[in-house]
Every structure is written in C-alpha cells, then in structure tokens.
Design a protein around this ligand. Structure first.
Ligand code: ADP
Ligand code: ZN
Length: 285
C-alpha cells in the first residue's frame, strides 16, 4: 500500500492507494499550523497498517539537498509558522518506511510524466499558474535539480508594452510570478481573475509573460512537452493565446514538436500532484 501527501499552503491532500495506484481513500483539509496539520496527516495514515512507503510533494521553497543540514525543511515561506519546519524529519520520526520528498510541482510533473500527458515522452516540464507560479522538470526519469530545486516562477521577463503593473513578488517585484500569478491580476483590477471576461486584455498580457517563460524553458531544457496547470489555466481560452505568443517569440529558431502536442494541459487534471506522490512512494520501495 502506498501513501501520498500533496502539501499546499492552502490545503493538504492525503491519499492511500494499492500498488497499482488505485486510490483507496483520500482526504483534504485546510493547512493550519505545522503540528496540528501533521496530526491530521498521522491520523489518516496510521489507520493503514499495510502502508509501505509515502511520497510528499510540498509547497516551498524546501530543502531537497541531501547534504544540507536543513534537508527536509520548509525554508523561507511567507507562511511564518512553517518557516524552518523540519517536515520530513517529523514524518520520519513517526513512520519507519521510505519517505520521498520533493516539491509540489515536481510530483505533479512526475504524475504527468508517468501516466499523464507526457507518458510517451522522455522529458517534460509541468508549470502551475495559480496563487504562485512554479515549475518542475523531468529529463530521462530524473528531476532537474542541483543545489536546490527549480524556481521557474521567479524568472525575469520583459514587460508587455500595455502593462504598467509594477509586479507583486516580495523578492523581485516584476518577475514572472509577480506579473502573471492570480493575485497580480486581482491587484491590477480589484476583481477576481475568474470574473474577468475572456476578451479582457489581461489574458493577452498574461499569455505574453507565460509564453516568454516557455521560450526560456524550451531553450534551456529542450523538453518534449510542457504541461500547464493551476487555477489561471482554468481559463481554457488562454492556452491558444499562449501558443500563439510562444510561436512568435521563438521565431522558428529551434525545432520543437508540433505546437498542439508541445504545450498542453494536464491529462490528470487536479490529480496530477497526488498521483505523482503515489508514484514517488512506489519508486522508493
Ligand atoms: P494554489 O495556487 O493556491 O494552489 P490554484 O492553482 O487554484 O491554487 O490557484 C488559485 C489562483 O488561481 C487564484 O489566485 C485565482 O485568482 C486563480 N483562479 C482560480 N480559478 C480561476 C478561474 N476559473 N479563472 C481564472 N483564475 C482562476
Ligand atoms: Zn519573484
């Protein structure tokens, strides 16, 4: 039996499955302070005596560097009670089994890579565009990581000529996340992103920023597929806008797969993360 935790800043999802990833039970609860949240996690998994392995995909930034003294910790999150919390250590103290540890976007990437949109590819990127923007990449079965995990949301983009918004990121102001996440849209217009008309000019502006990011990822990582998820992508119409801007910006410089197969939505929908967590658990057995 396998377990997975999709640990988000807003909500936690926990699930257990059989060895073939068939989900047996799943729960979701809002993220409270670390210890009360972990108690709910323990209550859920403790009922499954056959549990053999757990995979965690966590909000971050997190320390994934096995040589670091803070390996397994949540790092400089704006959620203060979670800052410097030894998430993996607390899990290991409670469960004597393999526990996989990576970012929320990496597990979503893994889910899509193994059984979703990229199941026939050897490489892919998963980008979420929601409250934050973050991405994970897999090449030949391994996560792209080094000193730390990727931070694809905080790359620098050039401003859209019709956008004078200063940006929202507390660290960089007008990085990709600061200009194109959900809160940046709400800050510009004082209205929820989901309440703006599909023909509102903001969607072209957001698509321009996302397309720039995808050009940069394409040039630096050369993936076979890019999967776009997160709340903003619930506006289905922007996928076409992003592809259009992407083609213009890339300018025929490199060969990529046919555009409709290259930039796609998640086949697993909102389940990409939890399924990826189960796969991570299985890989660690
Ligand atoms: P989170 O990033 O918090 O895990 P989401 O990926 O759902 O969760 O992102 C939430 C953000 O996505 C919110 O800022 C909201 O503005 C935006 N969002 C959610 N649903 C929609 C929608 N249907 N259309 C446009 N924006 C949306
Ligand atoms: Zn930033």
């Amino acid at each position: 039996m396998l377990g997975a935790i999709e640990a988000g800043g807003t909500k936690f999802v926990c699930a257990v499955s059989d060895g073939e990833l068939n989900i047996i039970e799943r729960i979701s609860f809002s993220t409270g302070n670390p210890l009360e949240t972990l108690h709910k996690v323990f209550d859920f998994f403790d009922a499954y005596k056959d549990l053999k392995s757990i995979g965690i995909g966590s909000f971050g930034p997190i320390d994934i560097n096995k040589e670091s003294p803070k390996y397994g910790y949540i790092l400089s999150t704006p959620k203060l009670s979670w800052r410097n919390f030894d998430f993996l250590g607390e899990m290991k103290a409670h469960y004597n089994m393999p526990i996989g540890w990576t970012t929320d976007v990496n597990v979503a990437c893994l889910g899509e890579y193994e059984v979703g949109s990229a199941m026939d590819d050897h490489s892919c990127i998963y980008l979420t565009i929601g409250t934050g923007i973050g991405g994970g990449a897999i090449i030949n079965g391994s996560f792209v990581e080094g000193f730390g995990h990727t931070e694809m949301g905080h790359i620098i983009v050039k401003p859209h000529p019709e956008d004078d918004f200063k940006g929202w990121c507390p660290y960089h102001g007008d990085c990709l996340e600061g200009l194109a996440n959900g809160p940046s849209i709400e800050e510009r217009y004082s209205i929820k992103a989901q309440d703006l008309e599909p023909n509102h000019k903001i969607w072209k502006i957001i698509s321009y920023y996302i397309a720039q990011a995808l050009v940069n990822y394409s040039l630096t990582l050369r993936p076979e597929k890019i999967i776009l998820g997160g709340g903003i992508m619930k506006q289905d119409h922007i996928l076409e806008l992003i592809k259009k801007e992407f083609v213009i910006l890339l300018g025929d410089y490199i060969e990529i797969p046919p555009i409709d197969q290259y930039i796609v939505g998640p086949a697993l929908g909102d389940n990409a993360g939890i399924i990826g967590g189960l796969i991570l658990a299985k890989q660690n057995l």
